[in-house]
Design a protein around this ligand. Structure first.
Ligand code: SPQ
Length: 426
C-alpha cells in the first residue's frame, strides 16, 4: 500500500494513541504464565502483539480478544503445552527474544521463527546468557545465531550476568528464564533500559529487585492473575509530539500516555531543543506512570543526543531526526549503533529517506548529524517495511512542501494500525 500525504499546519486537538506495545506483549506473556484469568484493557491489537497472542494459543492458552480488551486464561508457570506447529513471531523482535527465555525452561522442545526481517535480527545476545543458564538453543548462522530456532527446555541454573549491550529484550529473556532457575539470578545493565517486565512481574507476585544497575530475580512457584490496564504508547505519541512541536501554530494534547522514566528520553530531548511541552495529570496505573502530554509549537534548536539517554529513546530516534530537520543549527545523535539491528538498519534508512526530502543529514558509524532549518520538498519515500520509518517520514511529509508518497506504508499496522486515519484528520 502507498500513502499520499500533503503538507499541513495548524495541528490542534486532543488525541489518544494505541496501547503500549512493550507492555501489551508482556501482559499476554505473563498472564499466560499466571494462575487464573486476567482481563487486559487498552491492549494494542497491532500485528506484533497479535503474534504474541498466537504463540501462546499454540501452547494451549485460551485467549479471547474483544476490541482492545483481552481475556487470558492463564496456565501457570508450568502449564504451557508443547506446540504442534512452529511458533511464528511475524516481525516482532520482542516476541522472539522474550519467548526464547520462557521456552528455555519448558518441559518440551519448540521451534520458533518469524518473517525475513526477524531472521536477520541477532539472537546470539540472548543465547549467550541463556546458554550459561543451561539452555539449549539451536539456529542458523553459526555463532551469530539467527531464527529459525529450536529451543529444548532444560532445568536452568541461576547466573550473574553483565549485559554487553543495553537491551530490555535480552534483560527480559534472562528475567523470565530466572523465574524457573535454581537460585537467585543477577543481571547488571550498562545503562537502564525499559523495566516493564520487572514492574509487571512484581505486580503479579514475583520478587524482582533493582539496586542501581543491578537487577535480582528470585525464582517463584506461582504468578497470580490480575487485571492489567495498558497505557498509551509513548513511542506512538512521539509522532504527534513531533507534529505539535514543528508544525506552525499547533497545540496538541495526547491523553493517557505511559511515562515510565525508562521511556521518556523523547520528552527530555524535546525540552533540550526548546519545545513547549507540559506533562499533565500524572498518575500510576498497574505500577506504570501515566500522564497527558501537551505540546505547542515553538522555536527549536539543535541538540546532542548521546550516552545513557539512548536506551530511553531508542525507538524514537527516527522521529527525532525528523524534528532536528526543523530546528535551528546542528543536531548530533551518537552511541546509537543498536539502530543497525532493528526492523531495518535505522541509521541508513532514516538518513537515506530524509535525504530524498532534501534534508541536510549525514550517516555516522553510531548515529547521524543533521543540519536543521532546510526547506524539505515532498517526494517518494520507502518504508523499508519498518513501521517507525513509515511513521517518521509521514511527519516529515506534513512539513514538506507539496505531496509525499510513502511506499509500503501498511507496516504501520505493526504498532499503530489507525495512524494514517488520525494523520488525515489532523
Ligand atoms: O519488538 P521489536 O521489533 O524489537 O520492536 C522495537 C520497535 O521499534 O518497536 C525495535 F525494533 O522496539 C523494541 C526496543 O527497541 C522493543 C523493546 C521491548 O519491548 O523490550 C525493547 C527495545 O529493544 P532492545 O533490543 O533495545 O531491547
Amino acid at each position: 500500500m502507498d500513502t499520499v500525504l500533503k503538507s499541513k499546519n495548524n495541528i490542534k486537538g486532543t488525541f489518544t494513541v494505541p496501547g503500549d506495545k512493550s507492555i501489551s506483549h508482556r501482559s499476554v506473556m505473563l498472564s499466560s504464565l499466571a494462575e487464573g484469568t486476567s482481563h487486559i484493557s487498552g491492549f494494542l491489537t497491532g500485528e506484533d502483539c497479535l503474534s504474541t497472542v498466537s504463540c501462546f494459543k499454540k501452547m494451549g492458552v485460551e485467549i479471547e480478544i474483544d476490541g482492545t480488551n483481552v481475556t487470558v486464561h492463564g496456565k501457570g508457570l508450568n502449564g504451557l503445552t508443547k506446540p504442534t506447529e512452529t511458533l511464528d513471531v511475524g516481525n516482532s523482535g520482542t516476541t522472539l527474544r522474550l519467548m526464547t527465555g520462557i521456552l528455555s525452561a519448558q518441559k518440551f522442545e519448540s521451534h520458533i521463527t518469524g518473517d525475513s526481517s526477524i531472521q536477520k535480527r541477532p539472537m546470539d545476545r540472548v543465547n549467550a546468557p541463556l546458554s550459561l543458564m543451561g539452555a539449549s538453543i539451536k539456529g542458523c548462522g553459526g555463532e551469530k545465531l539467527y531464527a529459525p530456532l529450536t529451543v529444548e527446555g532444560k532445568n536452568l541454573k541461576a547466573i550473574e550476568y553483565t549485559l554487553p549491550v543495553a537491551s530490555a529484550q535480552v534483560k527480559s529473556a534472562i528475567i523470565l528464564a530466572g523465574l524457573y532457575a535454581d537460585g537467585e539470578t543477577t543481571i547488571i545493565e550498562p545503562e537502564a533500559t525499559r523495566d516493564h517486565t520487572e514492574i509487571m512481574l512484581n505486580y503479579l507476585g514475583a520478587d524482582i529487585k533493582k539496586d542501581g544497575n543491578k537487577i535480582t530475580v528470585k525464582p517463584v512457584k506461582e504468578l497470580y492473575a490480575k487485571d492489567i490496564t495498558v497505557p498509551g504508547d509513548i513511542s506512538s505519541a512521539a509522532y504527534f509530539m513531533a507534529a505539535g512541536a514543528v508544525c506552525p501554530s499547533s497545540d496538541v494534547t495526547i491523553t493517557n500516555v505511559g511515562i515510565n522514566p525508562t521511556r521518556t528520553g523523547i520528552i527530555t530531548v524535546l525540552e533540550n531543543m526548546g519545545a513547549d511541552i507540559s506533562i499533565l495529570n500524572e498518575r500510576t496505573v498497574c505500577g506504570e506512570k501515566v500522564a497527558d502530554i501537551n505540546v505547542k509549537t515553538s522555536k527549536l534548536k539543535g541538540t546532542v543526543v548521546e550516552g545513557d539517554i539512548i536506551p530511553k529513546l531508542i525507538d524514537e530516534i527516527p522521529v527525532i531526526a525528523v524534528i532536528a530537520c526543523f530546528a535551528d543549527g546542528k543536531t548530533v545523535i551518537k552511541d546509537a549503533q543498536e539502530l543497525k539491528v532493528k526492523e531495518s538498519n535505522r541509521i541508513k534508512t532514516v538518513v537515506g529517506e530524509l535525504k530524498k526530502f532534501g534534508a541536510d543529514i549525514e550517516e555516522t558509524d553510531d548515529g547521524m548529524i543533521i543540519n536543521g532549518s532546510k526547506e524539505l520538498k515532498g517526494t517518494v519515500v520507502e518504508s523499508h517495511n519498518d513501521h517507525r520509518i513509515a511513521m517518521s517520514m509521514a511527519i516529515a511529509a506534513l512539513m514538506a512542501e507539496g505531496e509525499t508518497t510513502i511506499k509500503n506504508s501498511e507496516c504501520v499496522d505493526i504498532s499503530f494500525p489507525n495512524y494514517f486515519d488520525i494523520l488525515n484528520n489532523f
